[in-house]
Design a protein around this ligand. Structure first.
Ligand code: GLN
Length: 477
């Protein structure tokens, strides 16, 4: 078995034909991942006991003649912002370096109920704030396609693990692009479902009106299968939607001929290097599959970065208030008063990017500035959502770049927050509108760096998005 290239279907048939047991596979997957990890530091740590226990349960099911489950025996990596009972969850932050959660996120429960085997937790930017995984308190992750480059972020560890073959699928989180952008940089599939599609119970909050849990995988089919497992209403998350969850995989092979796709004019002007050419070729491939591609306009795009960073920082400043040295976190020593203890704990614990966002977020929410910044940003958000709603009256889906450039070098943008923020320009709009969007690999640059194409669809229409991505993936030559 080629462990680094396994698919969910291959795991399933291997188990059912008794080529290996789930325990054998889990042991081999752990051995392989631990041996490969030093190259990229995709994982922060492994959870062998939990993985072996999950694998044993799958073998017991099979021995009883039961179905192993849709993810039976499948090695899964989990971004370290999603809580795992009795397994450390640091959110890439020094503050939570020793935090052991007392419960599982709903997505974790669902993955394990479906037979998934969680190998360990993956590196990420601190509290998911960043675009390169360099903001982790535990050091950066490297891109498996080019070790001197970033894997993207903030779910860089999950994307790198899937690209490197040390997990079959992974869970990431996306607030403004953190699943799609690293998927594009590492050459894997990354999905941001419709807002409300997947329960966020147990996802550490960054910006609650934008946070999503989303799958990463090497194929569209595996990403769709993982989404099917984790999607659906959860009474523990009031923002999770009642909408029924279709069996995405059953629709993947439907013909895409005649589908109308929009290509937003505003997304083409800042593309750098080979990215424009790769997107143009991807569009030609979609046309050859029978899709009709037309140019559309999303005029509010120019305001998206400003709008996103006002809203995300405002929400972040509020969500991060809970790390006060009383609950969850380590506590700074030597404080004389309560206020002093808060100040020292937060000053010592948070990294520079989190501090920047807490300060800016508090500013835009303060009396006097609330109307000028926060309220204004909410109005712009409505305009961005309206742009998409209008476009979807004419087209079935939208195709776009994921990022203006491919993976950049470690250290290249880390001291320039504005340059880092600009890398999110094409992903934050879909997040602000709450629509489903994904990245699917569309080729590599001249120097071998992967590049993804983004597909965006109407609310809860993941099926159309997956169909297009699947047909596109199958047309690869
Ligand atoms: N890069 C964006 C940010 O820093 C997106 C992060 C995310 O989606 N979690 O806010």
């Amino acid at each position: 078995m080629n462990i680094a290239a396994l698919s969910i279907d291959e795991v399933r048939s291997g188990l059912l034909w008794r080529r290996f047991s789930a325990e054998e596979l889990a042991a081999e997957a752990l051995r392989f991942a631990e041996a490969e990890n030093p190259k990229t530091s995709a994982y922060l740590y492994f959870s062998p006991e939990r993985a072996m226990a999950a694998a044993r349960r799958v073998d017991e099911r099979i021995a009883r003649g039961e179905d192993p489950g849709p993810l039976g025996g499948v090695p899964v990596a989990v971004k370290d912002v999603i809580v795992t009972k009795d397994v450390r969850t640091t959110c890439g932050s020094k503050l939570l370096a020793n935090y052991i959660p007392p419960y599982d996120a709903t997505a974790i429960e669902r993955v394990e109920a479906a037979g998934g085997v969680i190998l360990g937790k993956t590196n990420c930017d601190e509290f998911a704030m960043g675009s390169s995984t360099e903001n982790s308190a535990f050091g950066p992750t490297r891109n498996p396609a080019a070790l001197d480059r970033v894997p993207g972020g903030s779910s860089g560890g999950s994307a790198a693990a899937v690209a490197q073959g040390t997990a079959v699928v992974a869970l990431g989180s996306d607030t403004g692009g953190s699943v799609r952008q690293p998927a594009s940089f590492c050459g894997v599939v990354g999905v941001t479902p419709t807002y409300g599609r997947v329960s966020r119970y147990g996802l550490t909050a960054y910006a609650s009106s934008l946070d999503h849990i989303g799958p990463l995988a090497r194929t569209v089919k595996d990403a769709a299968s993982l989404l099917h497992v984790i999607a659906g209403r959860d009474p523990r998350d009031a923002t999770s939607a009642e909408a029924p969850v279709p069996d995405y995989s059953a629709h993947l092979d439907r013909d895409v001929r005649g589908l109308k796709l929009g290509l937003p004019r505003e997304y083409l002007k800042d593309l750098q290097g080979d990215t424009a050419e790769l997107l143009a070729k991807a569009v030609e491939r979609l046309k050859s599959l029978g899709c009709e591609v037309r140019e559309i306009s999303l005029p509010a795009t120019d305001y998206a970065i400003a709008c996103y960073y006002v809203i995300a920082m405002a929400e972040a400043s509020s969500n991060l208030a809970r790390y006060d040295g009383v609950r969850y976190t380590s506590r700074a020593a030597g404080a004389e008063t309560l206020a002093d203890m808060y100040r020292r704990t937060r000053a010592e614990g948070f990294g520079a990017e989190c501090k920047r966002r807490i300060i800016l977020g508090t500013y835009v929410l303060s009396a006097g500035y609330y109307d000028a910044y926060y309220l204004k940003a909410q109005k712009v958000r409505a305009l961005i959502a309206r742009d998409f709603a209008r476009a979807f009256q004419e087209v079935n889906a939208i195709v776009a770049p994921v990022s203006p450039f491919p993976a950049f070098r470690l250290g290249e943008k880390v001291d320039d927050p504005m340059a880092m923020y600009l890398s999110d320009i094409y992903t934050i709009t879909g997040s602000l509108a709450g629509i489903p969007c994904m990245s699917v690999p569309c080729g590599s640059t001249g120097c071998g760096l992967p590049v993804g194409m983004q597909i965006l669809a109407r609310h809860f229409d993941e099926i159309t998005m997956f169909r297009i991505a699947h047909a596109f993936e199958a047309s690869r030559n």
